[in-house]
Ligand binder design. Structure first.
Ligand SMILES: Cc1cc2nc3c(=O)[nH]c(=O)nc-3n(C[C@H](O)[C@H](O)[C@H](O)COP(=O)(O)OP(=O)(O)OC[C@H]3O[C@@H](n4cnc5c(N)ncnc54)[C@H](O)[C@@H]3O)c2cc1C
Length: 481
């Protein structure tokens, strides 16, 4: 991989690259120039494939184009690092942490699993999440007071309680004062409490109530959803809540996939391995859309075969004048918590102890009483657990409407607006060889395994054919069959 930033690049090129004031990375050395280079008339190197975005989708596509097709790839990334939202680093306490929120890899897709394990070592990790619930009347809906259900018989002394999520037998037993023992009893309890509608489910609220019933909806989903989206579940598309996972057993894991792993050296290292190839050049701190305003030769039509764009679809087509799509973002508030490396056990209500700042890696906060949506302590992860440290990093996540686009807001307005953008996307694919890939370009929340699967599929079905020699036309001679 050749890594450049805009400044180092422009000093060695005659092209009109915009200058950048972004931080540079420690990896700007330009190496591995041992492949045959093709240049335009000014001497600027040209590439077969331009990949916009060095996140997971872009890195997989760059890897395939270089390693399978032997094509020259230029990756253009506007941030000063690779790996997109999966970016992680070692913090001051020696702990591997994610800059953009905790990322757990999980999949049932054996091909994707075989693919990732070619590039780095992974460790099994069964992720577990708890939610802090206030089961007394204070937990009643503040979104629609008149519709608030009454609480079942909850011990009055408890102000908050931690329960496993997704909802499983233990969650129901704790919150609803039940003594369910097995799947049959859990199924029966769900059947009794799930709301049935005599019309097709219309929105997120109905979808959630149809899954978990009124009471669990109020405690676990209503306010949490509001904090996440700044919209009530009733204002959201049903797709957001209709797949709330529910377990009819005692399994308290967050995911049930066959493969649940973490990269031992991190996702950044994984992406770096994908991009480590003599045919791949990475240009950091460079916004493709700004570059598009210049005459930068590699991205001029005719100088490349394909552009794979993994940025937001609405910013790509901003010049068309459609309104922007809506996204939710996250503000990460980093806490540095001193820890006592004692053997005292963690406190049951989420507090620290035993060398940790909080009792679980993730504590969800579904109540509006707490302004953030979850707190994450990275020291709990298997690669960090035994790293001696005086402090631990706890990151509180606040969902906001400003900042990096993280989650598409799936409501009627955005869904139909996205369809309009998609029409333009189809046009640039056919006319200019520009392919939309990844979570932002497809305006869809996707997990990492889906991002990889999509990249592999688009590579197979749409990129490989671009480089196949044209099929010989069969010339039929008159009289022959
Ligand atoms: C808070 C959070 C937690 C998550 N947790 C999990 C999890 O636990 N498990 C899981 O499987 N998935 C998780 N995900 C999803 C995961 O982050 C995505 O699946 C993955 O990042 C998708 O990769 P991508 O390459 O499509 O997008 P991105 O990672 O966003 O990469 C796109 C890249 O394009 C760059 N870019 C954009 N515009 C331009 C431009 N104009 N010019 C140049 N570069 C540009 C961006 O800077 C970015 O680096 C989580 C996501 C979030 C937000």
């Amino acid at each position: 991989m050749n890594i450049k930033d805009t400044q180092s690049f422009s000093s060695s090129s005659s092209s009109s690259l915009p200058s950048s004031s972004s931080n540079s990375t420690s990896e700007q050395a330009i190496h591995n120039y041992n492949h045959i280079q093709q240049h335009d008339h000014d001497g600027t190197e040209l590439y077969d494939v331009i990949v916009v975005g060095a996140g997971l989708s872009g890195a997989v596509m760059a890897d395939r184009c270089a390693r399978v097709l032997n094509k020259r790839v230029l990756v253009i990334e506007k941030r000063n690092h690779i790996a997109g939202n999966c970016y992680d680093y070692i913090n001051e306490y020696g702990h591997l942490v994610n800059q953009y929120g905790l990322h757990i890899f999980h999949t049932n897709d054996v091909e994707v699993y075989n693919y990732i394990t070619q590039f780095s070592d992974w460790i099994r990790y069964d992720h577990r999440v708890v939610a802090r619930v206030y089961p007394q009347p204070s937990s009643s809906s503040s979104l629609a007071e008149e519709d608030t259900p009454s609480s079942p018989d909850i011990p009055a002394c408890l102000s908050s309680i931690l329960v496993p999520v997704p909802v499983c037998i233990e969650t129901v037993n704790i919150l609803c004062n039940q003594h369910l023992q097995n799947s049959q009893e859990m199924d029966a309890w769900l059947q009794e409490h799930q709301i049935r509608y005599d019309h097709t489910i219309q929105n997120g609220e109905e979808a959630a109530k149809a899954r978990v019933g009124e009471y669990l909806y109020t405690l676990l989903f209503e306010q949490y959803t509001y904090k996440q989206w700044n919209k009530t579940p009733a204002q959201l598309d049903k797709s957001i809540l209709e797949r709330i996972p529910i377990r009819n057993n005692w399994d308290t894991r967050y995911f049930t996939d066959t493969y649940q792993v973490l990269p031992i050296k991190g996702y950044t290292h994984f992406c770096q391995t994908l991009l480590q190839h003599p045919l791949i050049t990475v240009l950091l701190s460079t916004d493709f859309l700004e570059l598009r305003q210049t005459k930068y030769p590699p991205i001029q039509p005719g100088n490349y075969t394909a552009i794979i764009y993994t940025g937001p679809i609405d910013t790509y087509f901003a010049h068309i004048g459609l309104p922007p799509l809506e996204y939710r973002s996250i503000h990460f508030d980093i806490q540095h918590v001193p820890i006592i490396p004692s053997s005292s056990p963690s406190y049951p209500q989420g507090g620290g102890g035993g060398g940790f700042a909080q009792s679980h890696v993730v504590i969800n906060e579904p109540s509006l009483q707490v302004p953030y949506t979850r707190s994450v302590e990275y020291k709990h992860l298997p690669m960090n657990r035994h790293v001696p440290s005086t402090h631990s990093m706890v990151v509180r996540e606040y969902t906001t409407h400003v900042g990096e686009p993280y989650y598409p807001v799936m409501n009627d307005r955005n869904i139909s607006l996205y369809q309009e953008y998609k029409t333009y996307a189809e046009q640039v694919e056919t006319e200019q060889g520009v392919f939309m890939l990844g979570r932002l370009a497809n305006y869809k929340y996707i997990d990492m395994h889906v991002a990889i699967r999509n990249a592999l599929d688009v590579f197979e079905s749409r990129i490989i054919p671009l480089f196949e020699p044209p099929k010989k036309r069969q010339v039929l001679v008159k009289g022959e069959d």
